[in-house]
Design a protein around this ligand. Structure first.
Ligand code: ADP
Ligand code: GLC
Length: 487
């Protein structure tokens, strides 16, 4: 690297392989590992959740960070920070220890103090830099959980010269989750005389919106695909933040997420039953057979198999699946493998579908990383009919595994999937535009028809498998933005 390495502090509520609820975890870890390998000095902070304790990580105390405290909610909240060694990278990962906040059953909760759990993360990330005398060029914040950092840096901690050259970047992974809390919690944030900098109309309406505050004060705002960056400026996708975003329009950039091919490559994936690649697809057939057998499906290898792996929430377009898939299963011969957990109504639906179409539908309710790899490897098609999708990772994993994505044309799905054209065998998947049952029905029928044309299908699989969505390409775009900002 010719230019000076950047100093970057990245604060995140999720981080693969330590704590994952969705794609944020994959991005936080793969991006920071990329930046570290590219020679930048990266420090990551995430909470020491209860489940991380059971992973048996190599943990080291950090004397400067051993007994810290910050004033939260009117009381002094003690915490400490330790360093974790990752088995797969040298990256400097720090864990925020505060059992009162993080020794709970899940990463996110509906508890009364949910806001404080992440205010502590935000403030501790800043205080960690102070105590290490680490002067970041870039403070990289992710989603509402760390979106107050830009305001804290400009106010409560602005006195510290360690932040003299620090610029804050907020990456929005999902504008559907904004971190909105009652305004009576305001004194708990410790903003002192900076309270007037919060959005005053919101305060009058009785709320503090963490993500909006980040949008107001981060020096740069990014989101996880170019199409989503355009979409969130409008009424349909902005979810009430489009006005705040439009005020910062010049600073909103979309960078498509990358894929960590150390984890998601069928040629090296140790979690799947057999390995395969574009030059030898025999292993994919073996993966399909094992997947069908182990998930209780009839092992009919000629029957197209559709996979779904998702948080079972409205965003993922599952109401369309409810409307379309039962009748399509009556009419056409295909099988369905679903993995996910979330809203009760969707879990009930997939349980019903499984009992209605026994041997053709399999549903695993819960979180299962190994099964998610099996489905990527064994399915023929991957379904993501999302209402909105900031980026989406599974369609890109699918492409690498020769599993043709069927997606709605929105956000990162529109930026990574190209419509199949049977006349010249270009394209890598099937997109439908309008969010309605006819759209999804059309897309699924088209996929099932194309599947019958073995040569076309093979060409389309290879088109996807040969694409490169690696962080080497995508991460470089962050570095370029960071450099422009820190000059
Ligand atoms: P989102 O972040 O909105 O959930 P993404 O497509 O960006 O959507 O990322 C989802 C990630 O979470 C993928 O890596 C996917 O494999 C994983 N995932 C989602 N649900 C499950 C589950 N039930 N079991 C295992 N992995 C899951
Ligand atoms: C979010 C989005 C998803 C995106 C992920 C990682 O949770 O829903 O589309 O891929 O974050 O950026």
């Amino acid at each position: 690297m010719q230019s000076k390495p950047l100093k970057i502090c990245l604060a995140s509520s999720e981080f693969t392989t330590l704590a994952k609820a969705g794609g944020l975890a994959d991005v936080a870890s793969a991006l920071s590992i990329y930046l570290d390998r590219a020679g930048h000095d990266v420090r990551v902070l995430l909470p020491f959740y209860a489940r991380i304790e059971s992973l048996g990580l190599d943990i080291e105390p950090v004397p400067e960070l051993a007994s810290m405290s910050t004033r939260l909610g009117g009381v002094e909240q003690p915490y400490s920070i330790v360093r974790a060694r990752l088995p797969n990278a040298n990256l400097k990962v720090y864990l925020l220890q505060c059992p009162a906040f993080y020794s709970r059953g899940s990463i996110y909760t509906d508890d009364q103090d949910e806001h404080l759990r992440f205010v502590l993360l935000s403030r501790a990330a800043i205080e960690m830099c102070q105590h290490l005398r680490f002067a970041p060029d870039i403070f990289h914040c992710h989603d509402w959980q760390t979106a107050l950092i830009p305001l804290y840096l400009r106010t409560v901690y602005a006195w510290d010269r360690v932040f003299e050259h620090t610029r804050s970047v907020l990456t929005i992974h999902n504008i559907g989750y904004q971190g909105m809390f009652p305004s009576y919690t305001l004194p708990q944030l410790g903003l002192g005389s900076a309270e007037h900098l919060l959005h005053q109309d919101d305060l009058k309406d009785g709320v503090i919106n963490y993500l909006k505050t980040g949008i107001m004060y981060a020096q740069l705002i990014t989101t996880v695909s170019p199409t989503y960056a355009r979409e969130i400026l409008g009424d349909d996708y902005g979810m009430g933040l489009n006005v705040a975003l439009r005020e910062r329009m010049g600073t909103v950039t979309g960078i498509l997420n990358g894929v960590d091919y150390d984890e998601w490559d069928p040629q090296t994936d140790t979690l799947i039953p057999a390995r395969f690649g574009p030059d030898d697809l025999a292993g994919k057939r073996a993966c399909k057979e094992r997947l069908m057998l182990e998930t209780g499906l009839e092992a009919n290898l000629d029957r197209p198999l559709v996979g779904i792996v998702a948080r079972l929430v409205g965003q993922k377009g599952l109401d369309l699946v409810e409307q379309v898939v039962p009748s399509l299963l009556e009419r056409r011969d295909f099988a369905l493998n679903v993995l996910g957990s979330g809203e009760r109504r969707f879990e009930d639906f997939f349980n019903w579908l499984q009992s209605r179409f026994r041997g053709r539908v399999s549903f695993y309710a819960g979180y299962n990383n190994e099964l998610s790899h099996w489905i990527e490897a064994g399915a023929d098609m991957f379904l993501m009919p999302s209402l909105y999708e900031p980026c989406g990772l599974n369609q890109m994993y699918s492409l690498k595994y020769g599993t043709v994505p069927i997606v709605r044309e929105t956000g990162g799905l529109a930026d990574s999937v190209q419509q199949i054209d049977p006349s010249n065998r270009t394209g890598n998947g099937i997109l439908f535009r309008d969010y309605n049952a006819q759209g999804l029905d059309w897309a699924l029928n088209r996929a099932l028809d194309f599947y019958q044309d073995k040569e076309l299908w093979h060409a389309v699989m290879l088109n996807g498998m040969r694409q490169d969505f690696s962080w080497d390409r995508q991460g470089a775009q962050y570095v370029e933005l960071f450099r422009r900002l820190s000059h």
